[in-house]
Ligand binder design. Sequence first.
Ligand code: ATR
Length: 272
Amino acid sequence: MNLNPQQYAVFGTPIQHSLSPKIHAAFGTQCGIALDYRAIAANTDGFPSALAAFVAQGGVGANVTLPLKAFALSQCATLDAQATRAGAVNTLIRSAKAWHGANTDGIGLVRDLTQRHQLALPGRRLLLIGAGGAARGVLGPLLDAGVVAVVIANRSLEKAQALADQFAAQACALTQLPAQGAFDLIVHASSAGHGEFSLPSWPASLVQTGTALVDLSYGLAAKPALAWAGELEIQAVDGLGMLIEQAAEAFYLWHHARPDTAAVWGMLRADF
Ligand code: ATR
C-alpha cells in the first residue's frame, strides 16, 4: 500500500462546493492509483503563495478554476498548444522545478456535447457569452469542431473585442444582444450566475428552433441560465459533463490512464 499518495488540488474562489475532489478520487479508485486531491481556496492575490506552499507539501498536479484560469498562466514556465491559444490554463503539471500549463476545458466540452449529448456542432452559429478564462478555453476547440459565425458577447466590450480579434469573430456588449439575431448554440461562459439568482436579461430573439444552450457552470451557478432556457423551451446542458470530461483529460495528463467517465457521470448526475 502506498502510504504517501501524490498530492493534487484545485484552486479557486469559491471552491468549497467543487466536485473535482470527488471526481478525481473516483477516477483514482477506478484506475487503482493512490492520490490525494483537495480543494484550496485562493484568489489572484493569494494564488502564487498558495501554489508554492502546495509544492513544498509535495504537490505535483493542480487544476485552477474561477477566477484563476487566465491569471495562472503567469505561474507556468511552459504551456501546451491549447493553453497558448486560449491564453488560459485549467491544468498544471509539475516537472522537476517548474509548472507546465495545459488547458483541457475545450476538449472536455466538445466531448461532452458531441458524445454524451449527441449535439452535432458543425455549422452551428455560436454565441459565446463571456470573455474570461473559461470562454477563452473553449472557443478554439469549438471552432475546430465546426461552429461558425461566432459572436462573443461580454459585459466589457473591450475584452470581447480582444478575444474576437484573436479568433476572427464578432464582438458585442451584453446590452447589444437584442441586435444580434438568433443562434444555433449559446454557450454561457461568464461567472454571472455565481451571484444572486435572477434570470439573465438575454432577449428571446437569440433563440430559434433547434437552439441549444450550454452553461459551463453546474449546480446553483447554472440555474439562472437553465431556467431561461426552460422558459424558452430549448435544449439546455449544464457544465457537469464538461467538468467530468476535462477532469478525465487532466487525469490522463497526470497519470497516463483513461478513467470511465460514464460511471462518474452516473454517480454525480443524480445529485445535480
Ligand atoms: P473565468 O476564469 O471563470 O472565465 P474570469 O476570467 O474572471 O473567470 O471571467 C469572468 C467572466 O464573467 C468575464 O467575461 C466577466 O465579464 P467582464 O469581462 O466584463 O468582467 C463575466 N462576468 C462576471 N460577473 C458578471 C456579471 N455580473 N454580469 C455579466 N458578466 C459577468
